[in-house]
Design a protein around this ligand. Structure first.
Ligand code: ZN
Ligand code: ZN
Length: 391
């Protein structure tokens, strides 16, 4: 037996409620039993939660683990071995904030994912896609692909390495040399990428800001839309029609705004203005319409310290229970592990957090992990435990 948690308030993320006085048994890295007090035998590995909240580990559906600096020009000069060591620090810090799973949207590749899988480094579960694919002139830190032949070659290579998804640049962006409303890739190219990623049982994630870029992507089979600040009513209908997911990334804009965006060009700084505002409005619109929304942050370098701020930012337009669903059960669907992660249910991986307070009442309890996050367990392995084991 790995551990028994007693006397906890279990956060039922699906229903948005706390279940009081429950006992959870963890065995062989999985949640073996969820029961009432008294039904489970005491163990050497019992942890009395004293009424604290036991919740599933968090899922960030838009990270860049290997972008350990916000200065992209400087980062391109790094030897790959150095970049990898820097990435391990970024990943360790994510886990210590309570993120037990992350989806990397550009940069992480097979070697890093293998090191995580083998337990060589302390890190969240890592779903990687390899380099971002962009057309000529498209974006920074990407693999350039023009035409369907180059796309097929790149995607076949990345899927053969075990990529979980393929990331395409479908419009300009803040740090891109393309205008925000410029489009990346033709219909033929996007449909080809969707087909080819599907052959490898993956899917396409699309970086897109404008309604035009988002809507053509959804129509042609892109499964997750990243950023999407300027979506419209048609986008909402298309999300529903195509069972697609929306992954806003407010923390990234917030961090750049707060830090003065010192590394950005004047052009990028201009584009940044209003991004937080349009992003919040898009999130509100999608939330009210019942679109399935993932928790994403899109941070780089020292800005990773803002990873939990996404909770605070979203709370301006969403209820805590809905934000929590984005960071747990919806994230699990996005990474293809529904029922396996993101909820406290029998058979799921034991990715668990113990927090002070009730995040359904006050989401900000999650944003101060030093004070409130008392225990982190990942796959039954204790990462942090300030509560100790009882007898
Ligand atoms: Zn992007
Ligand atoms: Zn990104």
């Amino acid at each position: 037996m790995d551990a028994v948690f007693t006397n906890g308030n279990i956060l039922d993320v699906r229903e948005g409620r706390l279940l009081a006085g429950r006992t959870v048994v963890v065995r062989d890295g999985r949640i073996a039993e969820v029961g009432d007090a008294g039904t489970v035998p005491a163990s050497q590995r019992t942890i009395d939660l004293g009424g604290r909240t036991l919740m599933p580990g968090l899922i960030d559906s838009h990270v860049h683990a290997t972008q350990a600096s916000a200065d992209f020009a400087e980062m391109t000069s790094w030897p790959s071995s150095y970049a990898t060591v820097r990435a391990t620090g970024v990943l360790r810090d994510m886990l210590r904030r309570g993120f037990t799973t992350v989806r990397d949207l550009g940069g992480a590749e097979a070697g890093l994912a293998r090191a995580v899988r083998e337990g060589l480094i302390e890190a969240p579960r890592l779903m990687f896609g390899g380099p971002i694919l962009a057309p000529t002139g498209g974006h920074v830190l990407t693999r350039v692909c023009d035409g369907t032949t180059e796309l097929r070659r790149a995607i076949r290579e990345q899927m053969a390495q075990g990529a979980h998804h393929i990331k395409l640049t479908l419009s300009g962006g803040v740090v891109s040399s393309m205008a925000i409303d410029a489009l990346g890739f033709s219909e033929e190219e996007i449909r080809t990428a969707v087909e080819e990623a599907g052959f490898g049982k993956g899917y396409v994630a699309g970086h897109a800001y404008t309604a035009e870029a988002v809507n053509r992507a959804l129509r042609w089979g892109v499964r997750t839309i990243e950023h999407g600040n300027l979506i419209d009513d048609e986008s909402i209908a298309l999300f529903h029609e195509h069972d697609a997911y929306y992954v806003p990334t407010l923390a990234g804009f917030h961090a750049l705004t707060e830090s003065g965006a010192a590394h950005l060009s004047d052009q990028s700084r201009d584009k940044l203005r209003d991004m937080l505002d349009t992003g919040l409005r898009a999130l509100e619109r999608a939330d009210r319409a019942g679109v399935r929304i993932g928790y994403g942050t899109d941070l780089h370098g020292e800005h990773h310290s803002y990873q939990l701020e996404e909770f605070t930012l979203r709370a301006k337009v969403q209820k805590p229970a809905d934000i929590l669903r984005s960071a747990t059960v919806v994230g699990a669907e996005i990474v293809g592990l529904p029922g396996e992660i993101g909820e406290i249910t029998e058979g799921a991986h034991a990715d668990l957090l113990v927090v002070e307070g009730n995040p359904l009442d006050d989401i900000s309890v999650l944003t101060a992990p030093d004070q409130n996050l008392r225990l982190i367990m990942q796959g039954g392995h204790v990462v942090k435990n300030e509560l100790g084991f009882g007898a």
